[in-house]
Every structure is written in C-alpha cells, then in structure tokens.
Design a protein around this ligand. Structure first.
Ligand SMILES: Cc1cc2nc3c(=O)[nH]c(=O)nc-3n(C[C@H](O)[C@H](O)[C@H](O)COP(=O)(O)OP(=O)(O)OC[C@H]3O[C@@H](n4cnc5c(N)ncnc54)[C@H](O)[C@@H]3O)c2cc1C
Length: 380
C-alpha cells in the first residue's frame, strides 16, 4: 500500500512482518526450495505472531481486524523476502473467508483456532485434471449416505497440497446439475481413502508444495459440509474476488520491488563508459515502467478500499487480477533484459522473479477468464 494509505498501527505491523520474514523465512528459503516445501515450524511461528486469521473474531483465536490492508502488508513483505513458497495467503485469503462466511458456530469453534495458530494448514481444492477454468464441470462426486458423504474423484495443482491438514473441496452432490450441483466439503488429514499424489515439479515457486489429491470412497461426515448443499458454486463466486485481489497484491509488490532493484542496477552498471540507465532506450523503458507501476498501485489501493467497504465488484477484481499480473510479466521480462547476462543467473532476484511470476496470469482464473467476466458485465 502507498505509505499515506497506512495508519500508524499498520506501519508498526509492517515492521513486525518485515522482521519476521527476514529472520524466519529468507534464511530458510534455499533449503525449502530443495525440500519442495516450507517447514511446519514456519507456519507455527507465523501463527504465534498472529499473522493468520487477522479478520477472525478474537474468541476463535484471531485479531478481529476486518481491514484488507493487513493482508496486503503480509503479501507485500512476502514478496520482498524473496520467499518462493510460504503460502500464507492461501490460509488468509482463500481458506479463512469461506470459514467466516459459511461455518456454523460448532464448525467455527472446531476449526478456526488451529487455523489461526498455524497448527492446521489449509488448502482450497477446486481444479481437477479435466479442467480448472470450467468450474461448473467438475467431476468429483459426493454421494449422500445419510449421516455422511462418500467422496470419489481427484484434484490437481493444489497449493499446500502435501502440507495441508484441512482441504475445502468442491464436489458434486448432484451430478445431474452443473453449477447448482456443487457443494463444499472439508476433507481432513487422516480420512481413509484421502491420498496425496506426488509433489508436482514446477518452473518456479519451488518451495511451494503443489500436488494432486485423490479421493477413493472417502467417508466425510455431514458435519463437514460448508453452508448449504448445492450452494458451493455460488460461495466460490462470492469469494473469488478476494482471492484475485490477493494475487494482484503479489503482482504490484513484485513490480515495485523489481523496478527498484533494476533502477539501482542501471545506476551501477556501466557500458561504453556510461551508466546503462543513461542510454535513451533504458531510460525510456524505466520511465514507462515507473508510470505503469504508479497507475497499478493507485488502482490496487483503490480496490482494497472498495473491498473494505464491501463494494468491490467481481468485474473490478477481475480487472485488477488480469491487468496487474500481465503487467508483472511484462515488467519482469523488461527488467531482466536490462540486467543483461546477470538477469539469467539465478542468484539474482530478477531471474527468480522471472520464474516465480509466470504462474500469476494462470492460477486464480486465467487472464482469458478474467476478460470473460468483464466482457459479460458489458452485456456480451
Ligand atoms: C502453481 C499453481 C497453483 C495452483 N493452486 C491451485 C489451488 O490451490 N487450488 C485450485 O483449485 N487450483 C489451483 N491451481 C489451478 C489453477 O487455478 C488452474 O490451472 C487455472 O484455473 C486454469 O485451469 P486449467 O489449468 O485447467 O486450464 P484450462 O481451463 O484447461 O485452460 C487452458 C487454456 O484455455 C483457456 N480457456 C479456457 N476456457 C476459456 C474460455 N472460456 N475463453 C477463453 N479461453 C479459455 C485458458 O485461459 C487457458 O489459456 C493452481 C495452478 C498452478 C499452476
């Protein structure tokens, strides 16, 4: 967020988050990239610092602060820490909103305290091997067996797929229906027939465990249904704007951070006896990107205020998601070019950003799907 958009308390929070990432995340990132996942210890430490469930009521272990600027600070500091896998945003921006909106009292008491403490790691499983954009077409079924559902099917590309203890899973409780046949069930670690596939090898975000999930006759008690049967698709549509804004938050943070590093590099590096930034091409590229970053930041911060006021529309969240993620790809690519050969060397943050950024225009709904959403609002 722009400094002038933060309160004094939020700046103190920002300092605390920065220190936490510097001490607990950055030094471990290299090892976690080798392991392909972040340690549970890091999750517990983040929980002990109250970094999960900021908007969760205190009686369930949260901070009871309903202001998305806090979530934005966590995402921005995560980017600056060069962490390539600590998916705290999945817990805060994807999992917690469903629980706050659709859990009954008993479920909130059962699940939220351990989500806030980091003892429980959450995931959201919508995508299936047969497709992610066409959510209404999912094939995983949940058959009503009286006091429980029998779940069969599979999911893929699930963030926190291996580490998660608690997976909000989109299932078809009525296979004859499309969107209206979808419900959300919580599948928990240890349920018989709930298996994890292998960790998927990705081109970036190496410390994040992205995995397949398999369900074979998994007995899921009715007490694990979120909200009402048949309303799952509606709930997902309701929550996706926040998820999309969280991805846009990562994009604007990367844009600003990489641009800062590149401007510095263009001051330091010389060719033909002059700073490379003083060549007209470099200077104009940096000027264009600085302008775009400013526009992007202004738009992003405005979206946060609208989310806080509960006026952010799905179309506007889709605009922020596609425009900022595409801008991120463009800026990172151009900044890499300005780094010359060093831009291709992995010890430089620009090279890592190049690999880590690529997925941003894909997950949380592709650029094309975002434009579909906006196009529909124009009556097409
Ligand atoms: C690292 C990573 C982490 C992820 N984490 C999660 C997670 O935690 N939970 C989860 O549920 N999913 C997750 N996903 C899945 C992600 O959300 C999907 O990959 C994404 O929604 C696209 O679905 P798909 O891969 O099936 O592509 P497809 O739907 O097969 O699309 C392929 C191409 O066709 C285009 N296309 C599809 N439909 C249309 C249309 N109507 N008009 C125009 N073009 C169209 C798409 O834009 C895309 O370019 C993750 C993916 C990755 C790579």
């Amino acid at each position: 967020m722009k400094k002038e958009h933060l309160t004094e308390e939020q700046m103190i929070f920002q300092d605390a988050v920065r220190t936490f990432f510097e001490r607990e995340i950055t030094p471990n990132n290299e090892q976690w990239e080798k392991d392909g996942q972040v340690s549970r210890e890091a999750w517990l430490k983040a929980g002990a610092n109250n970094f999960f469930g900021i908007d969760v009521p205190e009686k369930y272990g949260g901070m009871e602060i309903d202001d998305y600027r806090y979530n934005t600070i966590l995402i921005e500091e995560g980017v600056r820490s060069l962490s390539s896998g600590f998916a705290h945003s999945v817990q805060n921006d994807l999992v917690v909103p469903y629980l706050l909106s659709h859990c009954n009292e008993e479920q909130k008491k059962r699940w939220l305290p351990k989500i806030c403490s980091g003892e429980t790691i959450g995931a959201l499983a919508m995508t299936e091997p047969s497709g992610g954009s066409d959510l209404a077409g999912i094939k995983t079924t949940a058959k009503d067996m009286g006091d429980h559902y029998l779940v069969n099917g599979s999911k893929t590309f699930i963030t926190n797929g291996l580490l998660s203890d608690f997976v909000i899973t989109a299932v078809k409780t009525d296979s004859k229906k499309n969107a209206k046949g979808i419900s959300l069930l919580v599948l928990e670690r240890g349920m018989k027939g709930f298996e994890r596939g292998k960790k998927l090898e990705k081109i970036g975000q190496k410390a994040q465990d992205t995995a397949e999930l398999f369900f074979k006759d998994v007995k899921v008690p009715k007490e694990n249904l979120l909200g009402e049967e048949g309303k799952g698709f509606y709930y997902m549509m309701e929550n996706l704007p926040k998820e999309r804004l969280s991805i846009a938050a990562g994009s604007i943070a990367v844009i600003e951070f990489i641009l800062e590093l590149t401007i510095q590099y263009c001051h330091e590096r010389k060719a033909f006896g002059q700073k490379i930034g003083s060549f007209q091409n470099s200077k104009f590229k940096l000027a264009e990107m600085t302008t775009e970053a400013e526009i992007g930041r202004t738009f992003y911060d405005q979206c946060v205020f609208e989310l806080n006021d509960k006026t952010l529309t799905p179309e506007k969240a889709a605009m922020a998601k596609w425009w900022l993620t595409e801008l991120e790809l463009k800026v990172v690519n151009q900044c890499l070019q300005l780094h010359g050969g060093y831009g291709y060397i992995l010890e430089y943050p620009i090279a890592q950003a190049y690999l880590n950024s690529r997925v941003q225009t894909i997950y949380g709904g592709t650029t094309e799907i975002m434009k579909e959403i906006i196009g529909r609002s124009l009556g097409f």
